[in-house]
Each structure stands twice: as C-alpha cells, then as structure tokens.
Design a protein around this ligand. Structure first.
Ligand SMILES: Cc1cc2nc3c(=O)[nH]c(=O)nc-3n(C[C@H](O)[C@H](O)[C@H](O)COP(=O)(O)O)c2cc1C
Length: 179
C-alpha cells in the first residue's frame, strides 16, 4: 500500500518513464515485463467492445481522434492513481499458475467490495503493469513475485463527467448457454 511521500515518489518515477516512452517507444521494454496480460492480437468482438468503451470515455472527456497530447495526459492519469491518495499494488508468487489468478481476481474484487462498504471507491488498473520493472523493486518485492495489477483507492468525484460513463452490458442470452 502506498500513501503520502512513497506514493508521490512512485507516481513521479512512473510518469517520467511514461513520458520517456512516448518520446522513445523502444524504451517500453526497459519498464515492462514480458507477459500475456492481454492478447498480442485482439479479435472481434473484444476489440470492438474495447474500442467502443475507449471512444465513449474520450467523448465524455472531449478528446477527439488524433489529439495525442490529450490522450497521453489522460493515460497518465492512471499513473497518478487518478489523484486518489492511496495506491495498492498486488503481486503474486511467480510459481503460481492460472488457477491462482482466478483466486486472485476474487480477492481483488473482495477488496473493492469492502472499500464500497466503507464508502470508498477503487479503480483496478492494469496500466501499471507496463512499468512493473520500476514498481517491483520500488515496493521491495522479491525476485519471486510478479505484478498482477495496481489499484487506486479513494473517494470518487461523482460530479466529474468521467465518472458518469456507463459501459454497455451484454444480454444474458449472449453469454449463457442453457442445455
Ligand atoms: C483487471 C482490470 C484492469 C483494469 N485496468 C484499468 C486501467 O488500467 N485503467 C483504467 O482506467 N481502468 C481500468 N479498469 C477499469 C475499467 O476501465 C472499468 O472496469 C471500465 O470503466 C468499465 O466499467 P465497468 O467495470 O463498470 O464495466 C480495469 C478493470 C479491471 C477489472
């Protein structure tokens, strides 16, 4: 868990790395670990949903196609924990397999639900994974640990337009099969 000076120090390091990657994209390899967090090649319908959610978000924020500075700044809000005062980093032992990541997702959702029960809000953030090589040593992780996800914890500004985004939901018929 990161708060105060340690939170701010990590934010400064990762934001600097994010800017450096924009200037020299090849630097991404210095910061992120090899992995299969997302597919190397997205396919329909997932890529379409992803794009739809992305453009809905940018519409709300008034970011148009090609506005690269605004997009960079918006992505960088991830690396400021969206201004939340508390950042959480979740790691898992590298020897654990896919089953443990299922457990881990449930654990993370329990953290999110417990936060809601106390009036707090969270945002799970895969975005931090691109900077795992900075984060793991920063938080004192051993060589046996890999980064699963980051998470912002705080109170959402419910009046902010960005927090009015409601992503569409598939119908139950589209993903459940009755046999
Ligand atoms: C595993 C996971 C990783 C996520 N990573 C990010 C992220 O890096 N940045 C971000 O803004 N939101 C992230 N999100 C939050 C999604 O953007 C959020 O779920 C989205 O706004 C859709 O809202 P919904 O969950 O209500 O459909 C993540 C969510 C999950 C479950």
């Amino acid at each position: 868990m990161l708060q105060d000076d340690r939170r701010d120090a990590l934010v400064a390091q990762v934001c600097a790395a994010h800017d450096a990657t924009r200037a020299v994209p090849a630097r991404a390899a210095d910061y992120g670990e090899e992995g299969d967090f997302y597919p190397a090649d997205w396919v329909a319908p997932y890529i379409d949903r992803r794009r739809q959610n992305g453009w809905s978000l940018y519409d709300l924020l008034g970011i148009g196609k090609g506005e690269k500075d605004k997009m960079h700044a918006q992505v960088q809000r991830n690396y400021r924990f969206f201004d939340a005062p508390v950042g959480l980093m979740f790691t898992v032992d590298r020897v654990m397999g896919r089953g443990s990541l299922i457990d881990y997702g449930m654990f993370m959702q329990n953290v999110m639900l417990a936060a809601r029960a106390r009036g707090l809000h969270t945002c799970p953030q895969a975005a931090w994974n691109y900077y795992a090589k900075i984060i793991l040593p920063f938080i004192g992780a051993s060589a046996d640990e890999k980064l699963v996800c980051g998470m912002a914890l705080g109170y959402a500004d419910e009046s902010a337009p960005v927090n009015t985004l409601h992503t569409p939901r598939e119908t139950v018929e589209s993903f459940a099969r009755w046999v």
